[in-house]
Write a protein that binds this ligand. Structure first.
Ligand code: PDD
Length: 283
């Protein structure tokens, strides 16, 4: 079945879809993106993803490439044309095409690409055994709240993790605090049973899954704190997990060469995971 991509106003077979060589996304990583989960053919948390897209664009003095309503219709059409049931929609907006010059060019149209991908359900092994993370220094810029397509440090971090057999990298600041994963947010349940995830300021991307899970935790009566936590605290934690649009809530059972508690997915993690999946299925 051919995959269909939306590129600047046209629906094209994936293999024929292309962008201009002077697109500023290609030359400067001058653009932003969103990954929106799709369940049963519907976008999950669509409004929040579009809010974040708008915010990322406005922080970079860029306009939305089309109205929100039009964007929703294009996403629905991409889902339909790809017969997508469960997976995600990827949207990328770049500043557009202009002769290479660092300053923002005036009067150009943003370029937009939207694709869709079907994904398999998480394996039972991941849910039964959890995953490992490897820690690496966080070498990124200071505006990680903007969902920029400039992801080289994230790719390097993930590569370092994969080379050591880990599923994800956790990035650590010079002060010893964990910021987030290469494409996921980081969470622990402390020795005292408190759920902790980093404050959503400029140091991390405020995950849409993160926001939803905090609401789920509040509803479930799980005590939580939004604050930086250190790697030492994570090593001592009772539970750890990661969240993202593509991994939902995934238990972590190893951090570097240490088991998290008894090396099994934690009960708070699995309870929150169930509650979160219920919430998005209900939506
Ligand atoms: N990544 N932190 C980073 C650095 C991310 O790239 C992501 C998402 C998250 C989690 O955000 P959300 O819950 O909104 O997916 C946190 C996407 C999935 C990606 O780059 O593929």
């Amino acid at each position: 079945m051919p995959r269909i991509a939306y590129v600047n106003g046209q629906y094209l077979p994936h293999s024929d879809a292309s962008v201009h060589i002077e697109d500023r996304g290609y030359q400067f990583a001058d653009g932003v993106y969103e990954v929106v989960p799709v369940m049963s053919g519907k976008l999950v948390d669509e409004a929040r993803h579009l809010d974040r897209l708008e915010r990322s664009l406005s922080e970079l003095q860029m306009d939305m490439p089309m109205s929100r309503r039009a964007l929703q219709l294009v996403c629905d059409s991409v889902i339909e044309r790809n017969y997508l049931t469960n997976g995600f929609v990827y949207m990328q907006v770049t500043r557009g095409v202009a002769p290479r010059d660092h300053k923002f060019p005036k009067g150009i149209k943003p370029a937009i690409v939207i694709t869709a991908k079907q994904t398999k359900p998480q394996s039972t092994a991941v849910l039964e055994d959890g995953v490992a993370v490897k820690t690496v220094p966080d070498i990124r810029w200071r505006r990680r709240d903007i969902k920029s397509i400039s992801l080289l440090p994230n790719c390097m971090a993930k590569q370092a993790a994969v080379e050591e057999g880990a599923f994800e990298a956790w990035m650590v600041e010079e002060d010893g605090t964990v910021t987030e994963g290469s494409s996921t947010n980081a969470w622990i349940v402390t020795k005292d049973g408190i759920l902790v995830t980093r404050t959503a300021d400029h140091d991390i991307l405020n995950g849409i899954t993160r926001m939803g899970l905090l609401e789920v935790a509040a509803e479930a009566g799980v005590q939580f704190e939004e604050r930086p936590f250190t790697l030492e605290e994570a090593y001592e934690a009772r539970e750890a997990f990661l969240t993202s649009s593509t991994n939902h809530v995934t238990p972590i059972t190893r951090i570097d060469d240490r088991s998290v508690a008894n090396g099994k997915p934690g009960s708070v993690t699995m309870k929150l995971r169930e509650a979160y999946l219920d919430r998005i299925a209900r939506e």
